[in-house]
Ligand binder design. Structure first.
Ligand code: INI
Length: 156
């Protein structure tokens, strides 16, 4: 990489304002994702006063709430957290698909980085594994990505 200019984010440049949008649906899993996200931000030096938690009913409502927050212009990154767990009908496909598409759309439309911390899993066991047990905590991982993006955007 000699003589090549590389711009990248770090995890040590904590200053920034973060909103965490949290779906209430499947709350036993999603609250664990929220704990992981807050813990990761605070342990990397983000001030609690710079973190705002916004609750919405379900993953379906994450994009529109994220859009409203992004449009206000007072946060540097948004972390969207939810859990969509497959049931016996096609409902899962609609909710998971629109949450993903919607969040991507808001991120691209507003330029505010929005982390996709939404579990889309087949079983409750898979959700539990990803919310603080054997597959880690996807809320914490989303928060790390947010830190990196805020740090990166300060340089771009
Ligand atoms: N919302 C979720 O966050 N996860 C789910 O698994 C889920 N399922 O399976 O139904 C879910 N549905 C609710 C949805 O997000 C909306 O809140 C609801 O349809 C009202 O708009």
């Amino acid at each position: 990489m000699k003589d090549i200019k590389v711009i990248e984010g770090t995890f040590t440049d904590a200053a920034g304002r973060y909103a965490i949008v949290v779906a209430r649906f499947n709350s036993f899993v999603v609250e664990a994702l929220l704990e992981g996200a807050v813990d990761t931000l605070v342990r990397h030096g983000v001030k609690p006063a710079d973190i705002t938690v916004v609750r919405v009913p379900g993953a379906w409502e994450l994009p529109v709430a994220a859009k409203r927050i992004a449009d206000k212009g007072d946060v540097d990154a948004i972390i969207a957290l939810g859990a969509v767990i497959r049931g016996g009908t096609a409902h899962f496909e609609y909710v998971a698909g629109e949450a993903a598409k919607g969040i991507a759309g808001v991120q691209n439309a507003t330029g505010v980085p929005i982390m996709f911390g939404v579990l889309t899993v087949d079983t409750i066991e898979q959700a539990i594994e990803r919310s603080g047990t054997k597959a880690g905590n996807k809320g914490g991982e989303a928060a790390l990505t947010a830190l990196e993006m805020v740090s990166l955007f300060k340089q771009l």
